[in-house]
Design a protein around this ligand. Sequence first.
Ligand code: AMP
Length: 588
Amino acid sequence: MRFLELAEILDKIESTTKRLEMVELISSLLRRAEDDIRETVFLLQGKVAPDYEGIELGIAEKIAIRALASLSGLKEATIETELVKKGDLGKIGEELLRNKKQVSLLSEELTVKKVYGSLLKISKASGGGSQTRKLQILLDLLQNADPVEVRYLLRIVTGKMRIGVADMTIVDSIAVAFGTKDKSDLVEGAYNIMPNLPELAYRAMSGGIDSLASLKVTPGIPIRSMLAERLPSLSEILEKMDGRFAIEYKYDGLRTQVHKIGDKVELFSRRLENVTSQFPDIVEEIGKSVKAQIAILDGEAVPFNLDTNEMLPFQEISRRRGRKYDLKETIQKIPVVLFLFDAMMINGTNLMDVPYAQRRLKLTNTIEESQNIKIAKSRVVSDIESADRFFNEALEAGCEGIMAKSIEDKSVYKPGAREFLWIKYKREYQLEMEDTVDLVVVGAFGGQGKRSGGYGALLMAVYSREEDKFRTVCKLGSGFSDEQLDNLPRMLKPYSLKSRDHRVESTIDADFWFTPSLVLEVKGAEITLSPTHTCCRDVVKKGAGLAIRFPRFTGKWRTDKKADEATNEQEIIEMYHSQRKKVLADNA
Ligand code: AMP
């Protein structure tokens, strides 16, 4: 098939907003594509491979501009200025090369196969001289292209087609091309377990649309992630779940699907991109922790401070992206823990139609937890109080809320679906604690890894004036420089005790105890209810204290303050209420 045919269809698609019309256009193209069907669908998507294969077409805009400059005789800077003005290199190229198509014995019509093959070559070019080779391939294509072909070639190579035709439009088009619109659900079902539209189009064409029903989950090909609905309160969740459900921590990180095939491990993001190379530490640990030859697992990768055993804010994980060169250092600085919460396949048995409780059991039986691989915290609850307690526990641990999961028989793993089998409930607001607080060191925990031999985290307390007590409010392990960490044992030595000071109230057992003396300035994200900390216990809520979420040392030692001058309980309560008032005002 000529590339021109595809380019003209793309042009028509661009000028309609009606989805039905798009489906008509694409399905007729698919019917005509025959042997070129895979390449046709890839080009419609502006790709050369499914996202999960991790093959990037990527040609820098700079090179495309250079190609245009060389063919049009204009300066690169002139084209750049045009691009800033118009924003679409495709249209600019179309105009510039309108009358420049090579007409000679050497010129050849562009076919879909030829364009796809050239783009594949571009995507595979690497190493020395690769930029020149890419440029050459592009020049060769552009020289032989009609104006409308130029437009789409340029958009495809510079990655601007990705938002072109939506996947679901292609799903419908495959159904219409090789069956009827009613078959869309069937194609979507296949797409959920094999998100590779060119392959599905090929199979539908060659084996008939119904052959897609027998598609099987394939290790190495990511499944579209199951998603969750939301409800505004735990009581509504309890009602929706008929009075009983599994409640899990909702970790705030990066959705990660694990595929283990013998010795090989591949990781995929929620957008089904292959992210294996970003997490060599997880890959290695999966090999040891997963006691199955073949497994497909679902989880959340969370940045973690292994010394303090605390989760870090989600943003930290993004520092792993695009840092190929110092990845090694980043792995050490920002360790990641993968919390697994589901199993879709174990040892070749597809578990997606098996109810939640059984999948969870399979998961726990297959995983041997390690430093970097853990199983998501979960419990079955049937009353609001337990659910609420678990929710607060989750927040205190650094999670963003909870995930409620149905434990009825119908609770299968539904790829790509957002239904009430899973319901999320999270804090709707994200607050910055406006003020810093001054907290007293009352205990410490031994460090691990590079902090071994020293302290990994400190147990921090506020002061109660009325009762002359120090009550714990957080563990503090972030914000210290290496030097400050090294100095901590020396600074705290004079206050060291064999056991807990009688004025310290703590449900947490520290490794080391101190006379409350040293005061540190701390900044947190917010103040939350806490089932473990003793600060303001029973004041806001029976059975709960208050804790500071994501505390960080600001770098300021408050040596000017004595322990009994540290932030007191009353101030924490006031901060908690003003924060709540602010939330209510924001939501009003
Ligand atoms: P949201 O991104 O707010 O729509 O919430 C859904 C996301 O929560 C999922 O895509 C996962 O990345 C994440 N998540 C964290 N913990 C869990 C869990 N225990 N079960 C399911 N999803 C979880």
